[in-house]
Design a protein around this ligand. Structure first.
Ligand code: ADP
Ligand code: MG
Length: 760
């Protein structure tokens, strides 16, 4: 990389926990020295990690906007934009071995002087052409509209060519291959980074931006204190940063990944510990004493008998709230989809209101909030308990009247989304905060609920999650929260029959979808991607994923937008709906309500429907590229069907050849028990699936989730991270020491990303 030609010269400072990569652009230094300018090598520029990308060379407003779509705003963000895979160019073949249509790496010598021809037609296209050889044969190499490359390919030039080889009139031809010159006999790197891209950002551009930054030097704070790094036996931060982008060997890549995984897990652990501590400080919750026999009256009002698990969990909740368990409630309630968590929330709200307090129930989406509102109103209205729903979409006049009655205390239970935590939402006496799906709500949001029950008091807190979390993992994640488990299903639930099929069943599958619809039922189809990627590198060749446990994508990703369009076109009578995360929430809402009202027969979506949606008339769940989902996620998706009286099915479509993926899918076929699935998932995949925003290989645009940890981490790494965090925080509880400055900064960024808040 010839960074020196475009960039200033660096000088290296080293202070505190900031590392400054010391490296001079060699060409510049040599040139300067040759010309006797040694003394002029001076501080010309020093890129800071928080330098906005717009001040990097070559980044105008267009590219700035495109980078923003990738979640990149600063130089540091660029360096933390890790490759999603690595092209294996080390697997060099000979011309004789290369097959027609194959993407190959060839080591060749240029055998003829490049020749530029103007192509016929008005397009003014030009073609640069030369031949190159190895000991087994000859290929023709062509580039279009790149005349300037002429000088790079002198006769006799040796290098590695990487591109697609095709046969043209019997001549083996390489079209626009990537070229790396062989300098002497120094071996070329076997691995070339493949970055997540977006329209307007090519791989070349991002690779050179990153290479330039690394070459130039940048001060990046690292969260891992030196003591922890050494204790964990990791490579240095500088090495890790260089190797994650441009690994010289597989071993270097593995070391770099281990570094960043540990850094992320460690930051995560510290952030959880600190958040917990903030929540604990001297705050108490009120004792809530409902009248004698209240709970039995509640049970008696139900249209069904509560399960044993529900009774047990509600008793645990009641003991916390009345103060008989000796501590304010900070409890997580986990239970499989359909295990009846809402009833527990209703019971808790009922007890709070009977005892003279108000309750707040928060859900991550409007759809879910509305469902909770309907269910809770039904369960609580017989007791004269008033409920209201507050969402972003609530009309201003209605909102005002809700807020008034809330402040007066005449409104007992407020259910809603993020809208609950705006500052003008003031409770008169809030005794209980319930949040559904804990990944998306956390301690900060709860702290933001205003209207404390008394001085130095905060509401009792109940967190519900449908993701069954294996006990071992729960211990680490929720070590100091109490845990209630609904491990028993309400009676009469029927098993959702599950099948794993491949592409050859496509036609039969579509027939089955039509049959369900013709019988008046509805169908969900879930795809792993929203849209076809805007600018996929065509020349992917053989990819290498650093996390060996995560399989190579051996199948083409189905995307919701194209899928829905195609299905609607081929079956005009079918009402096909589409919902995905990039839609506005009002749009999603309206599609979901059309589906709930059976105005849509087949709903094609991404995993946005994963959490809690209830449409009992849906009887078929089809999951495309099922190998791309975690087991717990598949289980949650499957839980969307089988909610009514009718027989229901789940069809997992996968063409994967990976044995491990097949094994995971087989688990889905074998069992419907979320707890068993969670345990198996932990065994087969590691805890990534349970951690917040564990989104898979490519970082999701805009999310600042884990970059690597969710993929590669295993229990022992997670446990070690918590142990290191414990130790560090006991020596330096408020992270005041200078050597923990990097960690402080990382925690600030981490907090902003919301991960910390999400789990606690
Ligand atoms: P989840 O745990 O997934 O949130 P819900 O609370 O939505 O489950 O409950 C699913 C369905 O089961 C609801 O329709 C609810 O009314 C019903 N249900 C809950 N508890 C029982 C029970 N003990 N017996 C029968 N049905 C129940
Ligand atoms: Mg629920």
């Amino acid at each position: 990389m010839t960074a020196g030609s475009r960039w200033g010269i660096i000088i290296v400072l080293n202070s505190g926990n900031h590392r400054y990569i010391r490296r001079f652009p060699t060409r510049i230094r040599q040139t300067a020295e040759q010309n006797g300018y040694t003394s002029h090598i001076n501080i010309l520029s020093m890129t800071r990690y928080n330098t906005p990308v717009s001040s990097l060379p070559g980044i105008g407003t267009r590219r700035q906007a495109a980078l923003a779509r990738l979640g990149i705003f600063t130089a540091g963000g660029l360096l933390m934009h890790f490759p999603s895979a690595y092209q294996n160019r080390g697997n060099v073949k000979t011309i004789a071995e290369a097959k027609d249509g194959e993407v190959v790496s060839l080591e060749l010598t240029v055998a003829s002087t490049p020749n530029v021809v103007r192509l016929p037609g008005a397009s003014r296209r030009t073609m640069l052409k030369f031949s190159a050889v190895d000991e087994t044969g000859r290929v023709s190499v062509v580039y279009f509209n790149q005349d300037y490359l002429k000088d790079s390919f002198q006769k006799g030039t040796e290098g590695r060519f990487f591109g697609r080889l095709t046969l043209h009139n019997g001549v083996k031809t390489l079209g626009a291959p990537d070229f790396e010159p062989l300098h002497g006999r120094q071996p070329l790197r076997p691995l070339t980074p493949v970055y997540p891209l977006t329209a307007g950002i090519t791989r070349k551009l991002i690779t050179s931006l990153i290479a330039d930054l690394l070459e130039l030097g940048i001060d990046m704070p690292t969260a891992l204190p030196e003591s922890v790094r050494q204790a964990a036996g990791l490579c240095t931060f500088d090495e890790a940063l260089r190797w994650i982008h441009f690994p010289d060997t597989y071993e270097a890549l593995a070391a770099a990944r281990e570094y960043f995984i540990c850094e992320e897990l460690f930051t995560f652990a510290c952030s959880m510990k600190l958040a917990r501590r903030r929540g604990d400080i001297a705050l108490d919750a009120p004792k809530i004493i409902p009248p004698e026999g209240a709970l039995e009256r509640f049970y008696a009002s139900l249209p069904f008998a509560p399960t044993g698990a529900q009774r047990r969990s509600i008793a645990e909740i009641a003991a916390d709230m009345t103060g008989s368990s000796g501590q304010p409630m900070s409890r997580i309630l986990t239970g499989d989809v359909g295990s009846g968590k809402t009833l527990c929330a209703a019971a808790a709200a009922y007890l709070a209101v009977c005892g003279g307090f108000q309750a707040a129930v928060m859900a991550p989406t409007e759809i879910l909030a509305r469902q909770h509102y309907e269910e809770l109103s039904q369960l609580l209205s017989p007791f004269g308990i008033s409920c209201a729903l507050l969402c972003g979409a609530t009309k201003a006049s209605e909102r005002t009247s809700i807020l008034d009655s809330l402040a007066m205390g005449t409104l007992h239970v407020l259910i809603g989304t993020h809208a609950l935590i705006t500052p003008d939402v003031i409770f008169s006496r809030l005794g209980l905060a319930v949040t559904d799906e804990q990944h998306r709500f956390g301690v900060r949001q709860r702290a933001a609920l205003t209207g404390s029950p008394g001085e130095n008091e905060h509401p009792h807190v109940l967190v519900m999650s449908a993701t069954p979390i294996p006990r071992t993992l729960a211990l680490v994640l929720y070590g100091d929260m109490s845990h209630s488990v609904l491990d028993e299903m309400p009676p009469g639930r029927q098993k959702v029959d599950t099948f794993v099929v491949n592409e050859s069943y496509r036609q039969r599958l579509e027939g089955f979808i039509l049959k369900q619809v013709s019988e008046g039922h509805q169908v969900y189809i879930v795809c792993p991607a929203v849209e076809n990627e805007p600018e996929r590198d065509e020349e992917d060749g053989e990819l290498y994923f650093a996390d060996r446990r995560f399989e190579l994508p051996d199948t083409v990703l189905k995307s919701a937008v194209e899928y829905a369009a195609d299905l609607g076109e081929r079956y005009p009578k079918l009402c096909v709906g589409l919902v995905h995360g990039r839609m506005k929430s009002s749009e999603k809402e309206s599609v979901m309500s059309d589906f709930a009202a059976n105005r849509i027969h087949v709903l094609v979506s991404t995993t946005v429907i994963e959490v809690g949606v209830n449409v009992p008339n849906a009887t078929l769940m089809v999951i495309e590229n099922a190998e791309r989902f975690g087991l717990s996620q598949l289980h949650q998706l499957r839980g969307r069907v089988g909610r009514g009286g009718a027989k229901s099915w789940c069809i997992l479509v996968s063409d994967t050849r990976s044995e491990n993926a097949k094994k995971r899918l087989a688990v889905m076929k074998e069992t419907n028990d979320g707890n068993v699935i969670a345990e198996r998932d932990l065994e087969l995949r590691g805890p990534g699936d349970f951690l917040p925003l564990g989104t898979g290989r490519a970082r999701q645009h805009g999310d600042a989730g884990f970059r690597l940890a969710s993929l590669g981490s295993d229990m022992s790494q997670l446990k070690a991270a918590f142990a290191h965090a414990d130790e560090l925080l006991s020596c330096d509880p408020s992270l005041e020491k200078e050597e923990h400055r990097g960690l402080r900064e990382a925690l600030k960024r981490f907090d902003k990303s919301g991960i910390a808040a999400m789990l606690n």
